[in-house]
Design a binder for this molecule. Sequence first.
Ligand SMILES: CC1=C(CCC(=O)O)c2cc3nc(cc4[nH]c(cc5[nH]c(cc1n2)c(C)c5CCC(=O)O)c(CCC(=O)O)c4C)C(CCC(=O)O)=C3C
Ligand SMILES: [Fe+2]
Length: 334
Amino acid sequence: MAYDAFLLLSFGGPEGQEDVLPFLENVTRGRGIPRERLETVAEHYRHFGGVSPINAQCRALIEALRPHLDLPIYWGNRNWHPMLADTVRQMRDDGVQRALAFVTSPFGSYSSCRQYLDDIVIACAEVPDAPAIDKIRQYHDHPGYIAPHADAVRAALDTLPSRMAARLVFTAHSIPTSMNAASGPGGTGRYLAQLRETAALVAAEAAPELGWDLVWQSRSGPPHVPWLEPDVNDHLEALAKQGVTEVVVSPIGFISDHLEVIWDLDEEARATAGRLGLAFARAATPGVDPRFVDMIRQLVDERVLAHSNVRHALGTVPTWDFCPADCCVSPKRA
Ligand SMILES: CC1=C(CCC(=O)O)c2cc3nc(cc4[nH]c(cc5[nH]c(cc1n2)c(C)c5CCC(=O)O)c(CCC(=O)O)c4C)C(CCC(=O)O)=C3C
Ligand SMILES: [Fe+2]
């Protein structure tokens, strides 16, 4: 496959107090999020001056990638500037014909996979003569994703009083159970299956002697709609009751320390642990770790040199280059 541009496709986040509400309206349009939840989340952003760290993290990733990619690099977001449609227009004006998009989520599910594919379709429909844009495959078990998470878990363990007594608590964004069920081809619960595999791989590489759990954070939506459980805070309580005294919380569901990591874990989960008398260390995310940056280069090469058949994967849950139409559909349509 020949590509003449690379596109970083991300979630987007506000960059000042005045952006917070319009950003949240973009995120939640048509998704049935209660008003009170929006107000709560707005406060999390306001706590940091209305600035999400995610855009700076995307800019840093682009700068880290630049020396390693032969393609011009573009950046577009789902929910905030630079908005994807504006980026597609710029690519068209620059003469781009076919771009390869890297999405800042490693996993399947409507939110983390199909919605980005939909974003591409919608943006390209807005721009006459838009380039073709293909999405890079999911990478939940790529060594360039596992190794930085594993090192971060080890580094976090080293900050605890007695690492032999610690429990590893892996977290990912909760999603509605109906969205999980619709994840993967034909609706096969792929989100949960991938996250279990990521957790097992990181645990095995970081600290095979320790027990671990996979739990969920950042639940949204109306209370009567079931989402993946248990919540990380409830789980810390259960662990404390079992006599656990130290935890490492590792957000394996995320590539960078964005707002849902620095608020929901560094503020909320840390406070929960403090209340329970649990020693708490939060493991870092890959960010611009050179192995993660090199993973992106490898994924580009993998697609460009499709004949080479090199497909780095440490697990057994399969990934593929082009999602079938019945993969990761919105649960409303499932
Ligand atoms: C699976 C998943 C990922 C991981 C994959 C990926 O990275 O894409 C993710 C990432 C992120 N989620 C983020 C922020 C938000 N997510 C929300 C709402 C929701 N997320 C959902 C799922 C996910 N979200 C879902 C099912 C909803 C309910 C609404 C809906 O069905 O779509 C809301 C609305 C308020 C609320 O309800 O919490 C906000 C503000 C940010 C930016 C953080 C920053 O600014 O630094 C990031 C990276
Ligand atoms: Fe998919």
